[in-house]
Design a protein around this ligand. Structure first.
Ligand code: GLN
Length: 228
């Protein structure tokens, strides 16, 4: 059979477990990946995933190389200037993490004179930038979460800022880090398209999201990746 249906290109992050990552069989899995698959099936659209990294995914969508992105992307007012977002599908927020063996950094004030690791383009990076002058620390940027964690484990950076469901998963998986301080008021995750583009895709995402929430598939996906 031939099909003239559009195949959407959807960008995502590389490793942002439990939202997107490669399992030990080399398959790309996670809440975002399974949710997109379930919604596409429900709505009958075709797509191709492009796992390029978070910052690169933002660029893919704004440049029109990708039609949309699903990457644990926080719905922020600043981003609404360049993106249109779906309905929120997961509540999140930013938290500080330090090396598991660190006994000196308990609050942001303890970061004075130190380096703090952040991931390019993220809400965690924006948050760290917003408080760095007040607390007297310097930020160091990384393209992905794995390298950011390594920098803290190696002791180059005293702390990092990351979304708490993601750092929580990493810690539960044995990454020697610990969360410190408050969970900062966070934003929910949404699927995004370039502002004013792909309104059809956004509409299908929202309709599919409502369907998979109603039929229990959404909860099943969460239960697969978030162990109680
Ligand atoms: N939720 C964060 C943001 O939108 C981080 C996303 C990510 O690193 N994939 O900025």
């Amino acid at each position: 059979t031939t099909s003239t249906a559009k195949k959407y290109v959807i960008a995502t992050d590389t490793t942002f477990k439990p939202f997107e990552y490669e399992n030990d069989k080399g398959e790309r899995v996670g809440i975002d990946i399974d949710l997109l698959a379930a919604i596409a099936k429900d709505q009958g659209f075709d797509y191709e995933l492009k796992a390029v990294g978070f910052d690169a995914a933002l660029g893919e969508v704004t440049s029109g190389q990708s039609d949309g992105m699903i990457a644990g992307m926080s719905i922020t007012d600043a981003r609404k200037a360049t993106f249109d977002f779906s309905d929120p599908y997961f509540d999140s927020g930013v938290v500080m993490a330090v090396s598991a063996s660190n006994t000196t950094v308990k609050t942001y004030a303890d970061l004075s004179g130190q380096k703090v690791a952040v991931k390019n383009g993220t809400e965690g990076a924006t948050f760290a930038e917003s408080i760095k002058a007040q607390y007297g620390f310097e930020t160091v940027s990384f393209p992905d979460s794995a390298n950011m964690y390594e920098d803290v484990k190696a002791g180059n950076s005293a702390a990092l800022f990351e979304d708490y469901p993601v750092i929580g998963d990493a810690i539960a998986s044995g990454v020697p880090l610990k969360m410190m301080g408050n969970m900062e008021a966070g934003n929910s995750y949404g699927f995004a398209v370039k502002k004013g583009q792909n309104a059809d895709l956004l509409k299908m995402f929202n309709a599919g999201l409502a369907d998979v929430k109603a039929n229990g598939e959404y909860q099943k996906i969460l239960d697969t990746y978030i162990k109680k």
